[in-house]
Each structure stands twice: as C-alpha cells, then as structure tokens.
Design a protein around this ligand. Sequence first.
Ligand code: A3P
Ligand code: MG
Length: 422
Amino acid sequence: MDHHQSHNPSSSNHQHQSAHKRERNDNWRSSSVKKLSKPNHYQNPSESAARQIPVTSHTLSTRREHFEKDFPLYKQPVEIGCFSLDSERRFYNDNRQMRYYVEPDRNPNFDLRDGYRDRYRKRDDGVKEKLDHMLHWILANRLKLQPSAPSTRLLHADFVTWRGHLTKLLTTPYETREGWLLAVTRFRGTFYISEVETEAARREQENRTERHEEMMYWGYKFEQYTCTDDTHSLPDPSGVVNTNEAFCTVVQTRLADHKLLFSGEVDCRDKDPDAPPPPSCYVELKTSAEICTPKQRSNFHRFKLLKWWAQSFLPGVPRVVAGFRDEEGVVVSVETFHVSKISSLIRNEHNCWKPTVCMNFCCDFLTFVKHVAVEDDPDVVYLFSWDPRRDVTYSIHRNSHYSFLRHWYIKEMTSEGDPDHH
Ligand code: A3P
Ligand code: MG
C-alpha cells in the first residue's frame, strides 16, 4: 500500500511487511500486558483521600523477547513546522536559530574545555518547561493542524510529546540504570505526554561532580566548532556557548495506528541549498570518548549507538557526526554515522539491541496508554512509571501537581472559535 512511505532503519536488515500485517496492532493484550486479578488503590500521598481513584491495574512488560516481532509501520516523518528559542529561552515561531554544518578536519584537535569558565551560559535546568514550547507552537499553527475543521479545536494527532520522551521509550527494553515517569493527559481526543523528573534523576543532578558538569559542556562546545549561523561564514569558537538557544523541528508521522506529533532539537543542517528538504538535510552532532580497546568498541556499539540511533531515527535525521575526544577533552577524530546503517554496524555484537524491539515496545506502550487513559480531562494525569527490570505501572491523579496542560492552552483549545460557545 504505502511501502514507499515506510521508514526502515536499514535498507537490508528489515523486511517490509505486508500492509495487512503492519496495520495489526491488537496483540498488546496477549503478549506484554498483564492483567492483575486484584484491584489496586493508588493514592498520591500529597493528595486528599477524596481524590483517590480506585482502579483495576494493568501493567506492561518491558522484556525484550515480547517485542521481537516484525518491524512496525513507521512512516517517513514529515516536518510540518519549526520553532526557535533564543538566548533568554524566548519562543519564536520560526527558524532564526537554525545553524549550518561546516565539515571539520578528520583529526581536528578541538579543545572542548576552552571557554568553560568564562564563555558559558548554562540553561537553568531547574526550570521545568514541560510541553509549553510545543503548546505555543500548536496555538501558533492551528490552521496547519486543523485544516478541515479549524473550529472543532481537534488536532490531527493521537499523541503530542517531545522527541526525547519517545527516545526514552525506544531504549526502555535495553535500559538497566535509569527509570522514567511519564505523565499523560487526554484532552479533546489527543494524548499529551510530558516527562516528570524521577527522584533518582533529581538526586543525580544535585550530586554531579565538577568533572561531570564540565563534560556536559563539551558536547555544546563541539557544536560551536562545527556550526555557523549563516551559510557563508566559518564557525567562531571565540564566542559564548549559550545552551538556552535551540532550533526545534516539529514532525508528524505514524507508528502503526498511532498518529504522532512531536518536536525535537536539531543541531544543524547541511548548508548546501540544494540539499534534500528537512528533516533529510539535518545533522545530529555528538561527542564520545575515543575508542582504544575492543571492550570500548563493544560498549560504544551496545550503549551509545542505541541512544544515537533512537534519537535520530525518530525525526528522520539521516546523519550523526561524532567527535571522538580524549580524556582531556580534545577531539582527536571525527566520523559520520549514517542512521540507516547503524543497525548493520552492530550486527556482529553478541546479544545486542534491535531496532524492531525498540519500535514495538514504543508502539505497545502507546496502545497501553490509549487503553488506560480513558478520561478526557485536562485536570487528570495518568502517571506511567517504570524502573529497570520492572513492568510499567500507572497511577491516576486529579487536580494534582502533576497536571501540565496550561490554562491558556486549554482555554484557547476549548472556547474561542468553538461554535458551541458563540
Ligand atoms: P553530546 O551529544 O556530544 O554528548 P544532543 O546531542 O542531544 O543535542 O545534546 C547536546 C549536548 O548536551 C550533549 O552533547 C551533552 O553535552 C549535553 N547533554 C545532553 N543531555 C545530557 C545528559 N543527560 N547528561 C549530560 N549531558 C547532556
Ligand atoms: Mg547533539
């Protein structure tokens, strides 16, 4: 049917399925979801007893073997818009923060420590932005999203979220260290997914070593060495690194029967004006420790390439440019990874990750969410929780501190322009 539209992780590794098989998505209940026999009563300690909602709980397994199925349909992601965040983290509905990739020397000796003390403005990671920038983008682009019936305020999407949240879902069957909490609200038929910081992540953030703090800067510094603000100049490593600034793509796609609308930060694009249109012209930049031993190579394949693949495959970014750095933060070599070839690169790794497991888990999780989050109410949050080696569980919270859809968004999406209200 639409074979040409399916977005395969590797041209050789994954067989295209028949349209009939790909469209099937009713097996979540039989394989990975367990029904518990006794009802569970969930209560957030900070909420009053009156808000306690008794539910019969289901859990979702994250065991790899459940997801070793045919690769699900994943449509080629289409960019439907973009936005920019400036040096003060202000939102603009345009591409003013777009940067252009300038291919570096293969052995560039970039000093990633340069400027850490005196030319670094770090984004305040204590400010939790939740989905706010995406909500702003949606309001600014309503006509694009509701072309046939703008007055209904319905989005042509089952899920609205950040690409980074989906990356976490894709890597869950292989994650052994960090769990997650995802808040879901169903509003006007669309499921909004926004991450909640776990207690463990908060502790880790508070107890970062000075070395770790500095190493977080290195990735941004590498971007400064390889990007320009316009197509005709060279990178300027003498400037300030300001991590408030961002250019984000907004893409639409479909995973099996789930219509997705998500946004992700894009590092830069090919500066050739004849390059293919977004997202195919985008380039993801990464840094990683240089690889000196077979053990290091194996770890790079098993852990790093999984994260890199998941992050770029989702929005259809085809290239990852990696700067390999030594212990002193000097980039000693640069290598390009084609996202479509990553899964064949890791094929010789024993017991390694598989793209199909990642995509099937994500797909089954979204199906699970659709079954669990039945109440369409911006004040209700279904909090999905996962810890390594455990199943996914959930709890329900009404009018709690987990609510994340903003009043200005709810107001705009319900009343104004709605024929019922005029
Ligand atoms: P690297 O990717 O080179 O590690 P991204 O690659 O996703 O665009 O992120 C850009 C940079 O942000 C990273 O560069 C890293 O420096 C920093 N960063 C992002 N997420 C991080 C995390 N969870 N912990 C530490 N640093 C992070
Ligand atoms: Mg990057």
